[in-house]
Design a protein around this ligand. Structure first.
Ligand code: DHB
Ligand code: MG
Length: 219
């Protein structure tokens, strides 16, 4: 097995099960044109988020880390009427791009993008209706902060998903000084130890290389 095989199988799975969509393709094209890093979730993972929203019958979704809105559009399209995605993005230009991409995808009415760093914006969501699903995909250094807010802002039974928990295997290096890997490890330790979560994680390979997704439910 090689990274080429993983990517070929991932493309086959996406072609077979996910298909192509003009608005999502346009969102990715806009991301590339704006010279943003190609770090959006893979198509199969976007579809997984979409299905998790449907399976959990989520109406209120919180995303931390919008980028150009690719995953937000996937999740917004899974919502019932009246549902919403609140997505937090630190970079104002990304947020503007994501708003425009959500509008082009026909989901502007159900995607709200809040500009600022997660740690600054999340407290402002206290007192809103609790969230049913939280997707954490921002700066990895802050994963424990984001998990703490997910536990506070999510209802009991809410689904919490954390992207990038494998990091090409670097996650097992407990001596690393890479703050992103340290953040991922701290987040996983919290998911394992903090009684507010019941969690697991799976490794993933595909067009985004070797990584992983953690999935938890709020107790
Ligand atoms: C990076 C961030 C991501 O969310 C991702 O999915 C892949 C890479 C990064 O910052 O390198
Ligand atoms: Mg990610």
């Amino acid at each position: 097995p090689t990274p080429e095989n993983w990517a070929a199988v991932d493309r086959y799975l996406a072609d077979t099960l996910v298909g192509h969509d003009a608005a999502l393709d346009a969102a990715l094209a806009s991301q590339q044109a704006a010279h943003l890093a190609p770090i959006e979730v893979a198509p199969v993972a976007g579809k997984l988020l979409h299905l998790l929203v449907r399976i959990s019958r989520a109406r209120r979704v919180l995303e931390i880390g919008t980028l150009a809105g690719y995953s937000a559009i996937w999740m917004a399209r899974a919502l019932p009427d009246g549902g919403s995605v609140v997505s937090i993005e630190a970079e104002p230009r990304n947020a503007a791009l994501a708003r425009s991409n959500a509008a082009a995808a026909g989901v502007a009415d159900r995607v709200e993008i809040l500009v600022g760093r997660g740690a600054d914006v999340l407290p402002s969501l206290d007192g809103r209706e609790p969230f049913d699903l939280v997707f954490i995909d921002a700066d990895k250094e802050s994963n424990t902060i984001y998990l703490d807010w997910a536990a506070r802002l999510g209802r009991p039974g809410a689904v919490v998903v954390v992207d990038n928990v494998g990091r090409s295997g670097r996650v097992v290096d407990d001596t690393t000084d890479d703050p992103q890997v340290q953040g991922v490890r701290a987040g996983l330790a919290m998911l394992g130890d903090d009684p507010r979560f019941d969690a697991t994680a799976i490794q993933t390979v595909g067009v985004k290389g070797w990584d992983g997704l953690a999935i938890a439910v709020l107790v």
